[in-house]
Design a protein around this ligand. Structure first.
Ligand code: TRP
Length: 463
């Protein structure tokens, strides 16, 4: 099939495209907005001292995030196939090595592996919706809250149950396919998420320390900016936009031809950033008003926040809302992590959408067991301890490290390199419908700036 007829037919039989630009934006922001925004962004901002870190993070989103997001969605739309088949197809079309298929294979695997542990953490948010609703936080002490968290991790049966339920929710949405599954879900879940977040910020505004939080987030104090903070801002820009794992490529493969990718990518990045900042504005006033530590680390929302919820008026309601919001954000991200694998399986003649979903789902559920047991039975098991980087790391730690620190940056680097160096510049300009000004800006950034910065994080992380 030629490119023209391919594009005109949408590339595959019977597989529809997103129904509009807006739906794509909802789905892609659904992917981008997740535990990264609500759980991770606040705690790493807290650990890295606030304002200056936020500023660097914003720069990273603009200079690395947006160009790679454009590249990834563009590759997906150009291929209109699963990430693996897309890379094979494009490499052939552009006269490049067949080995580019490894980019598709690595991305697909990476998203799959991320889901295997993301789902367990998604399960935590379900457990916490339950705790919140049952009033478990009301007037409790730090020790009690700590015991709640520890108790949850100690029980493999419990973790397994919620991991299973989380996967089942994700599969139910995915089995419906693009139009009746993903679109319907994001159309409801994303507006709900914004609404809940605004309610939370509204409450935070009424607390005594709201302005302290605003200053903490937006008044840069460069004396608190370390090299490590810069690099962690860079890495997070990546994770939060769901870049480098072919999830956005898979979503891009359903993107209608007439939608402007650069404009859409910028919109997604703005919404994702806005949600992270709103999450900060919802969380830090509670942290400061209750005299909690901003730099509490990964436990910030699971251990510090419940304390705040336990003290505030209508805390039961706000706590339930908050953890439900976290769950919604996690679900819409999780579906994007399995889409590349499902899209790939669906290309096998013997498999339809439902069968492909079931197979991918079963596989990711089993892989998730590694994470479930990492917190209890296998907490002392360090399977790759013979390699220095993996010393003292459980299965969960290894999966997290391998995906976030190695596979994502490498995937993103390869995507932007392919787009900028392996496709004819005129083709890129043409297909992205770039005006000459935009092209003069975007192409050099894709060719040099983003890869150089990325290489920096990558090498640093490996050292
Ligand atoms: N961006 C999501 C978050 O912030 C996580 C996510 C979804 C993701 N899809 C991804 C991360 C693909 C890496 C790769 O929580």
């Amino acid at each position: 099939m030629t490119t023209e007829t391919h594009a005109a037919t949408g590339g595959r039989e019977g597989n529809p495209l997103w129904s509009s630009r807006l739906t794509f934006i909802l789905a892609a922001t659904g992917s981008a907005v997740g535990l990264g925004n609500i759980w991770k962004f606040p705690y790493i901002t807290g650990e890295n001292g606030g304002g200056a870190f936020v500023l660097v993070y914003l720069l990273c989103i603009a200079l690395i995030g947006v160009p790679i997001l454009i590249a990834e969605i563009y590759l997906g739309r150009r291929g209109r196939r699963s990430p693996l088949a897309t890379m094979v197809h494009l490499a052939k079309q552009d006269g490049r090595s067949h080995n580019w298929k490894w980019l598709g294979i690595m991305g697909m695997t990476c998203a799959f592996l991320i889901l295997s542990f993301y789902s367990v953490i998604g399960g935590w948010s379900m457990v916490y919706v339950g705790h919140a609703f049952n009033g478990a936080f009301i007037d409790s002490t730090p020790d009690q809250i700590g015991a709640l968290f520890g108790g949850m991790l100690q029980s493999p049966g419990n973790l397994l149950f919620w991991h299973t339920l989380f996967i089942l929710i994700v599969l139910t949405i995915l089995a419906g396919g693009i139009r009746s599954g993903l679109e319907k879900a994001v159309n409801i879940l994303m507006p709900l998420l914004f609404l809940l977040l605004l309610v939370m910020v509204g409450y935070a505004m009424s607390t005594a320390e709201f302005m302290t939080a605003v200053e903490f987030l937006f008044k840069p104090d460069f004396s608190r900016l370390t090299t490590e903070a810069v690099l962690s801002a860079l890495g997070h820009a990546f994770f939060t936009l769901s870049l480098g794992s072919c999830a956005m490529m898979a979503y891009g493969s359903y993107l209608p031809e007439n939608v402007s990718i650069p404009r859409t990518a910028i919109t997604i990045a703005i919404i994702d950033t806005l949600v992270a900042l709103l999450a900060g504005l919802a969380i830090f006033p509670l942290v400061f008003s209750n005299g909690l530590e901003a730099s509490a680390g990964p436990g910030l929302i699971f251990q510090s926040l419940p304390l705040a919820f336990g003290q505030m008026p209508a805390g039961l309601l706000f706590a339930t809302l908050f953890f439900f919001l976290l769950l919604v954000a996690a679900v819409t991200s999780a579906i994007s992590m399995l889409e590349p694998s499902i899209e790939w399986l669906e290309e096998k003649p013997a498999l339809n959408r439902v069968k492909a979903t079931a197979i991918a789902g079963a596989a990711v559920w089993v892989t998730g067991l590694l994470t479930v047991f990492s917190f209890n039975q296998w907490a002392e098991l360090h399977p790759l301890a013979f390699l220095p980087v993996f010393e003292g790391k459980t299965f969960f730690d290894i999966l997290d490290y391998l995906t976030a620190n190695i596979m994502l940056p490498l995937g993103g680097l390869l995507m932007v390199l392919y787009t900028a160096w392996c496709i004819k510049p005129m083709t890129v300009i043409d297909e992205l419908k770039l005006k000459s000004g935009t092209a003069a800006l975007l192409l050099p950034v894709m060719k040099f700036v983003s890869p150089a910065l990325l290489l920096l994080v990558f090498v640093y992380n490996l050292l």
